[in-house]
Design a protein around this ligand. Structure first.
Ligand SMILES: Nc1ncnc2c1ncn2[C@@H]1O[C@H](COP(=O)(O)OP(=O)(O)OP(=O)(O)O)[C@@H](O)[C@H]1O
Ligand SMILES: CCCC(=O)O
Length: 355
């Protein structure tokens, strides 16, 4: 029964778990406050700090790395790749360090897993990174030939929830058509056609609904004008789109629970902005129903915001005509990572090679 160490770096935390097969022994969330993280210029620079935090926690738990059989990390902004479990190799590390497709906390998942695994001569894996790309060709074309649409989304959680929803329908994932909406700091809505995400909004680079921290799709010429207004640098504009856009730009908080407090206190602007986020998310679900030509077995809603019944209701009342709506609050990422590694360790699946 292999012991699997799971590492999932997020923007403000690193989640760490140890699984025996696919049974969790423990999961810990190591929170990193803004002050700690602001010391580092880039995400890659946080490597030592986050690795040490993981090692300290394992020591406290009385777990030695020599007992671990494999390490699996959440994968980052690599080249577009198909879904699955990948062995972490030198080429992947090189690409994660270069961060040519962007900086993302999950870039550290593969790097930390690889470094610790190498010291102990055990394998390191990543599973369903944010760049999983199963788009149909027609979905890639934009109206500007220089710009091709990318598939960047919550692939790990969307795939895990889609499999769970298919099981709840007593079907295999490959037999059903599902629309999955992940509502987190970013929002992604994917059309899962017989086990492949054939279309999804690029949740990082500004497509689809706005979210607690991201601006989402915008009227493009107005955006171009703002870029050339002389008021903002490239880095400042980027922040307005990713990190400081969406709910936080309108209301000064990225926490949807805080938004609900404002609404309870009678804040009408907060109510309108929240309703707009639900409206845009529902509209994206509608678009994915069209991608699937109306053949939709179910809509799944997941992510942190899905804990809020009122928000889910605001979406469901607009989309329930499409298909039954199932709700899976939070995320299944740690289990999905452990399961991905276990499928390879048990011989059920062969690890894919990144090149
Ligand atoms: N019980 C709750 N009710 C309403 N909103 C909640 C609740 N719990 C968390 N949230 C909201 O969920 C959002 C964060 O979701 P989640 O934890 O899935 O995001 P993340 O992991 O930081 O980012 P991402 O999912 O985009 O990778 C925040 O806006 C937070 O306020
Ligand atoms: C879009 C990929 C996951 C995230 O950062 O929200």
């Amino acid at each position: 029964m292999p012991l699997i160490l799971v590492i999932n770096p997020g923007s403000t935390s690193t989640k760490v778990a140890v699984f025996k097969d696919t049974v969790p022994l423990f999961t810990e969330t190591l929170r990193h406050n803004t002050e700690e993280l602001s010391k580092y210029k880039s995400i890659i620079d946080q490597f030592e700090f986050r690795t040490q935090a993981i090692l300290n926690m394992l020591k406290e738990k009385g777990i030695s790395l020599s007992e671990i059989d494999a390490i699996v990390g959440r994968g980052g902004l690599l080249k577009p790749i198909e879904s699955g479990t990948y062995i972490v190799n030198e080429k992947m590390i090189e690409d994660l360090k270069k961060a040519e497709r962007g900086e993302h906390a999950s870039n550290l998942g593969g790097i930390i897993a690889y470094t610790l695994a190498k010291e102990h001569n055990i394998p390191a894996y990543i599973v369903d990174p944010v760049v999983v790309d199963e788009l149909e060709d027609v979905a890639r074309i934009t109206g500007m030939p220089e710009i091709e649409k990318s598939s960047i989304f919550h692939a790990l959680n969307q795939k895990a929830i889609a499999r769970r929803l298919a099981a709840d329908l007593h079907k295999k994932y490959e037999e059903v058509n599902l629309i999955i909406a992940h509502l987190g700091g970013g929002i992604s809505v994917g059309a899962h056609k017989h086990g492949r995400v054939v279309d999804v909004n690029d949740a990082l680079n500004g497509e689809g609904p706005f979210s607690p921290e991201r601006a989402g799709g915008l009227p493009v010429l107005d955006l171009v004008k703002l870029c050339y207004s002389g008021k903002y640098t490239y880095q400042e504009m980027k922040k307005k789109l990713i990190g400081q856009g969406g709910i936080v730009a309108h209301l000064g908080t990225n926490d949807v629970r805080e938004v609900y407090k404002k609404i309870e206190e009678g804040d009408k602007k907060a109510e309108l902005v929240l309703e707009a986020m639900a409206y845009q998310t529902a509209k994206e679900i509608g678009a994915m129903a069209v991608v699937l030509k109306g053949h939709v077995d179910a809509v799944g809603i997941t992510g942190g915001i899905a804990y809020n019944e009122d928000f889910v209701k605001r979406i469901s009342e607009r989309v329930k005509f499409i298909a039954p709506v199932y709700v899976y609050p939070g995320e299944d990422e740690m289990l999905a990572l452990a399961q991905g590694a276990y499928r390879v360790l048990s011989g059920e699946e062969k690890a894919k090679m990144y090149s």
